[in-house]
Design a protein around this ligand. Structure first.
Ligand code: NAP
Length: 350
C-alpha cells in the first residue's frame, strides 16, 4: 500500500494542457503544492490561466520548463515530489506527416525520460500516467473480433502501428514501456488512467487537444453534410481530473483504469446538441453510408483502412473498476457536451 504525504509537492507534466488544467485547479483547490511543467513558461497563452489559479486558490503552483525530448529535463520539477502525474504527450489526429517524430518519439521517449527521472528521485512513490482507451483497443472492429461485449483493463491495443492509427500506437507503446519500467524497481508504483474522448469546458485556452476540435467540427458546419457511423467512448474532463487525483491518493489504487462514462456515436452527440440549440448551428442531421465514407476518406484526411475497421462498429468500455476503486460518479454525457459547446459558442469557435 502506498501512502502519500499530502504536504509533498505533486508534479504535473504538460501543465498547459486541457486535462491538466482541471487537474491543477482541483489540486490547488485542495491546498496542494503543484509543480507544473510546460515547454515555455513565458508563453502567456499557455500559462496565464494557471498563474491566475495560483493567485486565487489555497494551494501553490510553481511552473518549470521541461521538454519530453530532453533527457533529464524533468529533474528539477520532480525534486521532492512523491506523486508524478505524467499527462504531457502530443494529442493530434490530423496534419500528421511524420508519425514517428510528431507522435511516437515524444510519447515514448517522454515517458522514458519522466520515469528514468523518477528512478533517480528518491522522494517519488507513485506515478499516475495519463494513457488512453486507445492503448486498450485500436479499431472498433477489434472489439467485435474479440467476441466480448466491452473492452476491459485486460485488453491491449495490438492492431495500431506508426502508419495505421499512429496516435493510438504512440499511447500504447508509451504505456507498455511504463509497465516495463515500473517492474525494474520497487520504490514507486504505477497507476494508469485510460480516458475515452474527453469533453467538457476547457480551462486551457492554449490547448490544441484533438477532442476539443472534434466538438468544434460538429457545430461549425464542417460536418453539416453528415457524419460517419463512428462511436466514441466519452468522458468529462472534470471526471478525468478526479480520476488522476483519486489514483494518486487512494493507497489501494492499482493497475489500469478505463475512465469512460458512456459510448455515443457522432450522430448521437449531434442530436444531444441539436436538442439543446435547435436550429442555431449547422449540426449534422444524417449518418453517411459507409461506402460513401470509404470512397471520400482520403479527402477527409482518413485512410480507407481506418474507415473499414471503425465505421459501423460498436465500441463499449467497462468502467466498473473506475467506479469501485476510484469512486468516480461521472457527469451525465449531455451535461458534458452542452457545457462544453456553450463555452465554444461564447468563445466564437462555432
Ligand atoms: P493537450 O491540451 O494538447 O495537452 C497535451 C500536453 O502535452 C500539452 O500541455 C503540451 O505542452 C504537452 N506536450 C506535447 N508535446 C510535448 C513535448 N515535446 N514536451 C513537453 N510537453 C509536451 O491535450 P489533452 O487532451 O489535455 O491531453 C493530455 C493527455 O491526455 C495526453 O497524454 C493525451 O494523450 C491524454 N488523453 C487525452 C484525451 C482527450 O480526448 N483529450 C483522451 C485520452 C487521453 P505544450 O503546451 O508545451 O505544447
Amino acid at each position: 500500500m502506498t501512502i502519500i504525504d499530502p504536504q509533498a509537492p505533486i508534479l504535473v507534466t504538460g501543465a498547459s494542457g486541457y486535462v491538466a488544467g482541471w487537474l491543477i485547479k482541483d489540486l490547488l483547490a485542495a491546498g496542494h503544492t503543484v509543480h507544473g511543467t510546460v515547454r515555455d513558461p513565458d508563453k502567456t497563452s499557455s500559462v496565464a490561466h494557471l498563474r491566475q489559479m495560483d493567485q486565487t486558490a489555497p494551494g501553490t503552483l510553481k511552473l518549470f520548463q521541461a521538454d519530453l525530448l530532453q533527457e533529464g529535463s524533468f529533474a528539477e520539477a520532480m525534486a521532492g515530489c512523491q506523486v508524478v502525474m505524467h499527462t504531457a504527450s502530443p494529442f493530434i489526429l490530423t496534419g500528421i506527416t511524420d508519425p514517428q517524430e510528431q507522435l511516437v518519439r515524444p510519447a515514448l521517449l517522454g515517458t522514458e525520460n519522466v520515469l528514468e527521472t523518477a528512478n533517480q528521485t528518491d522522494s517519488v512513490r507513485r506515478v499516475v500516467l495519463t494513457s488512453s482507451v486507445v492503448a486498450t483497443v485500436g479499431d472498433a472492429m477489434d472489439l467485435r473480433e474479440s467476441g466480448k461485449n466491452a473492452i476491459t483493463e485486460d485488453d491491449w491495443n495490438t492492431t495500431s502501428n506508426a502508419e495505421h492509427q499512429p496516435y493510438a500506437y504512440s499511447k500504447t507503446v508509451a504505456e507498455r514501456r511504463a509497465w516495463e519500467m515500473v517492474n525494474n524497481q520497487d520504490r514507486w508504483d504505477l497507476v494508469t488512467i485510460n480516458p475515452g474522448a474527453v469533453f467538457g469546458p476547457s480551462l486551457a485556452p492554449g490547448s490544441k487537444s484533438a477532442s476539443i476540435d472534434l466538438l468544434v467540427q460538429l457545430g461549425d458546419g464542417r460536418a453539416k453534410m453528415g457524419v460517419p457511423a463512428l462511436e466514441l467512448g466519452i468522458v468529462d474532463v472534470r471526471d478525468v481530473a478526479q480520476a488522476h487525483i483519486q489514483a494518486a491518493f487512494r493507497p489501494e489504487a492499482k493497475g489500469r483504469y478505463l475512465t469512460c462514462n458512456t459510448s455515443l456515436t457522432l450522430m448521437q452527440m449531434a442530436n444531444i446538441l441539436r436538442g439543446r440549440y435547435a436550429g442555431d448551428y449547422p449540426f449534422p442531421t444524417r449518418t453517411l453510408p459507409k461506402p460513401l465514407v470509404w470512397l471520400a476518406a482520403p479527402m477527409a484526411g482518413l485512410t480507407r483502412d481506418y474507415v473499414s475497421r471503425n465505421v459501423g462498429f460498436d465500441l463499449r468500455f467497462d468502467n466498473t473498476r473506475s467506479k469501485e476503486d476510484l469512486g468516480l460518479g461521472y457527469y451525465p454525457a449531455e451535461q458534458t457536451l452542452v457545457e462544453h459547446f456553450e463555452q465554444l459558442a461564447a468563445d466564437h469557435r462555432v
